[in-house]
Design a protein around this ligand. Structure first.
Ligand code: 5GP
Length: 210
């Protein structure tokens, strides 16, 4: 740990499959970006989605953007580790890149919703005990300090209109009600403290070599 509280270039001894879920606005993206900077062998799982790109998002980097027909073909071909409908669009994680990264000893970081996390939890529990996905599975829920704080953050961000904020708030309540399904839950009240907690959870599960 450095003086400013950031971890630097730490290596995990065991490949992890880190699943992080949180309501929109809970600060999950910032936490994930910091993890990707500090843990060099952590790969971000790029999801498929049928929603349109926002802002500066790039195809193949932020998401694999696709049509409903393309998404449905992948579902039929059993290519997804999990998939779910979120805010009216389809989202899914392809199995092959996750398996390939973990076979090479890398850890995988996923930012998915609670329904997707539940599917993966169920799937890994049915795998052989020594399967890398089962051995490395780690699910973490990030809570906002309160629903009111979440609304304030979304309003301050200024990216969404009132209707979208209402829909996200309804979704947030549903997601929060399922946070108990996760092995770990942390509150993101202060970003630096939440990040330190997150690193501690990961390093406890993965073992670490500075
Ligand atoms: P956004 O459209 O704002 O990027 O993401 C909306 C929600 O979809 C977030 O809660 C995010 O975690 C979730 N999400 C992103 N990718 C996936 C995925 O591959 N599977 C599932 N189940 N949810 C996802």
């Amino acid at each position: 740990m450095t003086g400013n509280g950031r971890t630097v270039e730490k290596r995990l001894l065991k490949p992890l499959l880190i699943v992080i879920s949180a309501p929109s606005g809970a600060g999950k993206t910032t936490l994930c970006d910091r993890l990707l900077q500090d843990y060099p062998e952590l790969t971000y799982s790029v999801s498929c989605t049928t929603r349109k790109p926002r802002g500066e998002e790039e195809d193949g980097v932020d998401y694999h953007f696709m049509t409903d027909a393309q998404f449905d073909r992948l579902v039929k071909a059993h290519r997804f580790l999990e998939h779910a409908k979120v805010h009216g669009f389809q989202y899914g994680t392809l199995s092959a890149p996750v398996r390939e990264a973990m076979a090479e000893g890398q850890s995988v970081l996923m930012d998915i919703d609670v329904a997707g996390a539940a599917q993966i939890r169920e799937k890994v529990a049915a795998l052989e005990e020594n399967d890398p996905l089962r051995r490395g599975f780690l699910d973490i829920f990030v809570r906002p300090p309160s629903l009111e704080a979440l609304r304030e953050r979304m309003e301050a961000r200024g990216e969404d209109n009132a209707e979208t904020i209402e829909r996200r708030m309804r979704n947030a309540s549903r997601e929060l009600a399922r946070s108990g399904e996760f092995r770990y839950a942390l509150v993101n009240d202060n970003l630096d403290i939440a990040y330190r907690e997150l690193c501690a959870i990961i390093e406890h599960a993965g073992g670490v070599m500075a």
